[in-house]
Design a protein around this ligand. Structure first.
Ligand SMILES: Cc1ncc(COP(=O)(O)O)c(C=O)c1O
Length: 378
């Protein structure tokens, strides 16, 4: 049967344009797309979930369109392709890698695998709560160690809190919600020492945004055979949060343990193809990092003008001192069409703001000035 337009012609015609999507080109030549859904969502400017507003990349979009035909097949036969790509880049074998529906599923698997049968979990507070949430759900005890006065994860205090029952230590680096990084040498020393007693999971969801020299991934410890798991995601720099693809790296015996708690076929074929394309799309990653840095510099300027203290961030969000209750602030900003981050107790006078496009940041700044002005006027 002759179809009106075959897949190649469809792609050639530029499916993105055919679907009525507006394309913009960056000075570097990277094209990005404003989709109808993000325009629709501009009823609310989404600065609350640490998403990357510039994606999916053109290459990821093309890969997803090309994968439509594979939609009738189960995807797991293709998992090795993405694992092999990651394995080659990270210099490990594919059996050191597990895929998940976002890195959240990796945290879920770890929380359950190590929280069962009396296992306890140790984590900083506040930090990303995905893992501790699942550990609690299955009845595991979770030790929370407060941050230091300067909002750093307190590795010394965490070390002191470890009991014999602690089976998993969670370290988010860079940390969410603070955006701070741990110095690589100190974290490496901590992981080496602690992983002799228990497993350490280092959540590196924001790894690709970090440019600081004092930062390093802990994947080298996985390579060296330590009891360390590293989790990563395609939701941030790759801008695929809605596609749900993440991965974990660990020794093969640890991967096998996590695998027992994985949902079968949890990564779907469109997500898989998009992730593979995006993983190799270095210009898009550079572009996202650069746009993020521009938005961050702009936000620092706005916060400076309004006399707000902030924690210099290595991520796509900034934690700043609001000086009043963030729940009331969220509501006030929502009335101006801007969604900002949820409360992170005990820092309920602080706000976590995700970085959007420059247009979104300018709209945020306008609303923010109004809300702060009204608050000052009492
Ligand atoms: C530190 C951290 N880890 C993990 C996740 C989970 O992301 P995903 O499941 O989309 O990979 C997030 C999401 O915001 C995060 O901030």
């Amino acid at each position: 049967m002759q179809l009106p337009m075959n897949r190649r012609q469809w792609l050639k015609a530029g499916a993105v344009v055919a679907a009525g999507l507006a394309v913009q080109r960056d000075v570097s030549g990277v094209e990005w797309v404003i989709s109808p859904s993000s325009e629709r969502d501009q009823k609310f400017i989404r600065l609350h979930s640490n998403e990357n507003p510039y994606g999916p990349s053109r290459r990821a979009r093309r890969a997803m369109i090309a994968a439509f035909d594979e939609g009738c097949r189960y995807p797991s036969g293709h998992y090795e392709e993405l694992k092999t790509l990651i394995a080659e880049k990270e210099n490990v074998s594919p059996d050191h890698i597990i895929l998940g529906a976002g890195s959240h599923e990796i945290l879920h698997m770890a929380g359950v695998a190590y929280g069962l049968e009396g296992g306890e979990v140790l984590t900083a507070h506040p930090t990303y709560e995905g893992l501790e949430h699942y550990a609690r759900m299955i009845g595991a005890y979770v030790h929370r160690v407060p941050l230091t006065e300067d909002f750093q994860i307190d590795l010394n205090a965490m070390d002191r809190r470890i009991t014999q029952a602690v089976r998993l230590v969670f370290v988010c680096n860079p940390n969410n919600p603070t955006g701070r990084i741990l110095p690589a040498d100190r974290l490496r020393e901590f992981c080496r020492a602690i992983s002799r007693r228990t497993v350490v999971l280092v959540d590196e969801a924001y790894h690709d945004y970090v440019e600081a020299r004092e930062y390093s991934s802990m994947i080298d410890l996985v390579r060296e055979g330590y009891n360390v798991i590293v989790s990563r995601t395609f939701s941030k720099i790759h801008a695929l949060a809605g596609l749900r693809v993440g991965y974990g790296l660990a020794r093969p015996d640890i991967i096998a343990r996590l695998n027992q708690f994985r949902t079968n076929h949890s990564v779907n074929i469109l997500g898989l193809r998009a992730a593979m394309a995006s993983y190799q799309d270095v210009p898009f990653q550079d572009f996202s990092r650069r746009k993020n840095a521009e938005a961050r510099a702009y936000l620092y300027k706005v916060l400076g003008e309004l006399g707000r203290r902030y924690i210099p961030s290595h991520t796509n969000f900034v934690f700043f001192h609001l000086g009043w209750d963030v729940t009331a602030f969220r509501q006030a900003m929502k009335e101006h069409g801007v969604l900002v981050g949820r409360p992170f107790p005990p820092y309920t006078n602080w706000c976590r703001l995700s970085l959007g496009t420059m247009e979104e940041m300018e709209l945020f700044a306008r609303a923010f000035r109004k809300v702060m002005g009204r608050k000052a006027a009492g």
